[in-house]
Design a protein around this ligand. Structure first.
Ligand SMILES: Cc1cc2nc3c(=O)[nH]c(=O)nc-3n(C[C@H](O)[C@H](O)[C@H](O)COP(=O)(O)OP(=O)(O)OC[C@H]3O[C@@H](n4cnc5c(N)ncnc54)[C@H](O)[C@@H]3O)c2cc1C
Length: 439
């Protein structure tokens, strides 16, 4: 491939701070708010015009990972801390439906606008400097230590310097640019993307009789007629806090000839956005014709961007193993627990759910410490975990708590002039427990 030499330019340093958080999804918001509340000069950089990441822009639409898992339906909340605080704020604003059944556990569907409002308030009250509509594009390194980032927005290209960096981009963009080792899923196979959408004018008095399993039976019936194109056989439909609305997590975007699509490739993302919107119409047609209560329902909107479940996994000082998850392993350096199932959206292979009943595993701090690079922590869905382990650990309650832990660990680093891999995790855990986390 031919190439050109770009003109070398001087880049203005526009800001300096103690802690720079890149990405404003659940993990980034939790990290920035925690650091800001500790009095750290904190900046959060987000490419969209609002916070929420895949949970809001991608309409993943529910907080998973809050509850225990058991076959007898006796579910209790097991994750608190920042995740519990966010849930309580959603409850205060009537922005959430609690404990909606999902397999042997439950989840909490929420209103996307109320999520954004809460995040705006938390960020501003914590005196975090937010830069929305701003994309991270590169790192400034001193040997193997990150000391700054390059961002681009309508003002052009500029530099931001900092002491500690938290990569909450979901895709591990910052760690990747810094040269940290990474993998894609299992031998390059990652989970399918989804274009989620919302429907309104749903009569839940009728529709609430369906379990997810009933809906999957209906998909089978529709498929047998041969007049539908429903590539995902196990769609999820959840009630939303506004009484006549449904969150439709139904589509599965698979490349031509089952090609794996990579969310870090613009051409694959473009394909997924187009194909996703086409599938949305087909699942709307299915819902209106096969599900009682959906006859007069209509699409309000699709997610503002394609939903990404998995891309780069940044290899850390510890990698959460599949056996840790299925054997409910506990760690001295645990920062959050989880009983969320291994939930894999395998494109053409369908959705597989492995329940983790009557116990929980823990996620240790070291999954957030990228190998070889200093001055950075990775949080959220790019933490170091094997493919199936990540299919459980990636959900929102755990992302919130990873951000909670990283925000405080970064604070300790700034106060004591140390690096994340030198932090005494006992102190991080003690802080989290004081702040409501159950560890
Ligand atoms: C379709 C779908 C359904 C799901 N269902 C559920 C569910 O029911 N329950 C549940 O708990 N979880 C669910 N998940 C998973 C969950 O939503 C994600 O794993 C979680 O949101 C990840 O959080 P995060 O903070 O790691 O990253 P993300 O939420 O991906 O946020 C990353 C943020 O970084 C920003 N960003 C990225 N790159 C840059 C850059 N270069 N510069 C600046 N900003 C950048 C993005 O705009 C985004 O705001 C689902 C995911 C998908 C896709």
């Amino acid at each position: 491939m031919s190439s050109i030499l770009e003109e070398v330019k001087k880049t203005k340093i526009i800001k300096e701070a103690d802690i720079i958080v890149i990405g404003g999804g659940p993990s980034g918001v939790a990290a920035a708010v925690t650091a800001g509340e500790q009095g750290m000069k904190t900046i959060i950089v987000e490419k969209n015009g609002f916070f929420g990441g895949a949970n809001v822009a991608g309409y993943s639409g529910t907080i998973g990972g809050l509850y225990s898992s058991t076959e007898n339906g006796d579910i209790e909340q097991i994750v608190y801390g920042f995740a519990g605080r966010f849930l309580d704020l959603l409850k205060e604003k009537k922005g959430v439906v609690e404990k909606v059944k999902f397999g042997h556990t439950a989840l909490a569907p929420h209103d996307p606008f109320i999520w954004k409002e809460i995040a705006d308030k938390l960020i501003n009250n914590a005196h975090v400097k937010a830069l929305l509509h701003t994309s991270f594009v590169d790192v400034i390194m001193e040997e193997n230590k990150i000391v700054g980032i390059i961002v681009e927005n309508k003002d052009g290209r500029s530099a931001i310097k900092g002491k500690i960096f938290i990569d909450a981009t979901g895709d591990g963009d910052v760690a990747f640019k810094a040269g940290a080792p990474y993998i894609y899923g299992k031998d390059g196979v990652i989970q399918a993307m989804t274009m989620a959408f919302r429907m309104a004018n749903v009569d839940w008095n009728k529709a609430s009789k369906y379990s997810l399993e009933d809906i999957w039976e209906k998909v089978k019936e529709a498929d047998e007629t041969g007049i539908y194109d429903l590539p995902r056989k196990h769609p999820f439909v959840f009630p939303l806090p506004r009484k006549d609305q449904a969150m439709m997590n139904c589509t599965a975007i698979i490349g031509a000839n089952n090609k794996v699509l990579y969310p870090t490739k613009a051409e694959d993302l473009t394909y997924a956005e187009f194909a996703g919107r086409e599938q949305v119409r087909e699942y709307e047609r299915f819902a209106k014709e096969y599900l009682e209560g959906f006859e007069d329902a209509y699409i309000i909107d699709t997610a503002s961007e394609i939903g990404i479940r998995q891309s780069r996994t940044i290899l850390g000082e510890y990698t959460l193993k599949n056996e840790d998850v299925v054997n409910a392993k506990k760690f001295d350096t645990a920062i959050v627990r989880s009983a969320w199932p291994i939930e894999i959206h395998g494109g053409s292979q369908g959705v597989k759910v492995v329940n983790l009943d009557d116990n929980y595993y823990e996620i240790p701090f070291e999954v957030m410490l990228p190998q070889k690079i200093e001055g950075i922590m990775t949080v959220g869905r790019c933490i170091s975990a094997e493919h199936e382990a990540l299919a459980s650990a990636r959900v929102v309650a755990q992302c919130f708590e990873e951000g909670h832990a990283a925000g405080y660990a970064a604070t300790l680093c700034v106060r004591e002039n140390t690096m994340p891999n030198e932090v005494d995790v006992k102190r991080v855990r003690a802080f989290m427990i004081e702040n409501g986390s159950k560890l």
